[in-house]
Design a protein around this ligand. Structure first.
Ligand code: UDP
Length: 260
């Protein structure tokens, strides 16, 4: 039997680059037919895992993300507990079948990094001081990935926190903007992320008008960077409207049923 050598990330990237010379066509449309400022189709649902305290599911283009939340409950191991507030323990994990080549189920360095930045993007929204010495656990499972999973993970996790009834100052919603073929674009898919010139993921608390995550991969001029943030925030506002709809469709319908 012929053994096939696993391709390195660089080789995979070069293959994608060869296959995809242009990311934006003459009409100004992207490979999937989207306009530069258009989000991928989005579907959100809240409260779908009966065994978690709170949960949510999101599809954004080909991304499929599930989040489950537990707590607040007594922090374990005890040394992670804070005397004056709750801690958030966050795990972002990509399933082996979420990407084209089977991914090891063990947490990668990237999973560990993303777990940290996602936790930091959620913390400002939660009234952690209400629950000293406890822990709130947030599990994000990427079932299928197609670029922008940290943002989609944040949007989903915030819904799951709200579904768990955890008091929050605001929801958190996230969206990336970036640059491909010299044009600024929003909500980058996997190819645009890998072949494009820049990717700027932004997480945002819409009512408090505060950014809780800002990263950049690639290079942009100062003007482009500012415009990219504006586009990402517009994307966040559209996603926030869908988050509210998802929460309403669970809770308003449930309230109406109780009244009947
Ligand atoms: N990806 C992959 N294999 C991996 C990690 C990532 O194919 O081991 C893909 C996946 O589609 C992901 C995209 O690369 O969404 C971009 O990854 P990045 O690290 O930029 O994070 P993301 O954009 O998902 O937040």
């Amino acid at each position: 039997m012929k053994a096939t050598k696993k391709k390195t990330k660089k080789e995979r990237l070069n293959m994608t680059k060869k296959k995809t010379e242009k990311l934006i066509d003459k009409k100004g449309l992207r490979l999937d037919g989207r306009k530069l400022d258009a989000l991928r189709p989005v579907k959100m649902e809240v409260g779908i895992l009966p065994n978690a305290d709170g949960s949510a599911y999101l599809e954004q283009g080909k991304n499929k993300i599930l989040a489950g939340v537990y707590g607040p409950k007594e922090a374990h191991p005890r040394h992670i507990a804070k005397q004056d507030r709750a801690v958030i323990q966050c795990r972002y994990h990509m399933a082996p079948f979420s990407v084209q080549e089977r991914k090891s189920p063990a947490p990668s360095r990237r999973d560990v990094e993303l777990s940290k930045v996602i936790r930091e993007s959620l913390e400002p929204a939660v009234f952690l001081e209400y629950y000293p010495k406890t822990s709130i656990q947030v599990y994000i499972e990427v079932l299928q990935a197609d670029g922008g999973t940290r943002c989609a993970g944040i949007t989903t996790a915030a819904l799951a926190l709200a579904d768990a009834g955890i008091p929050m100052r605001d929801l958190v919603v996230a969206c990336a903007a970036g640059k491909a073929d010299g044009k600024l674009i929003v909500d980058l898919d996997d190819t645009e992320d890998k072949v494009g010139d820049a990717d700027v993921p932004v997480a945002f608390m819409p009512n408090l008008n505060a950014i809780t995550l800002l990263q950049m991969d690639g290079s942009l001029s100062v003007e482009e960077f500012e415009s990219a943030i504006g586009m990402a925030l517009d994307g966040c506002k559209q996603l926030y409207a869908l988050q509210k709809e998802a929460l309403k469709s669970k809770y308003v319908v449930a309230e109406e049923a109780e009244e009947e």
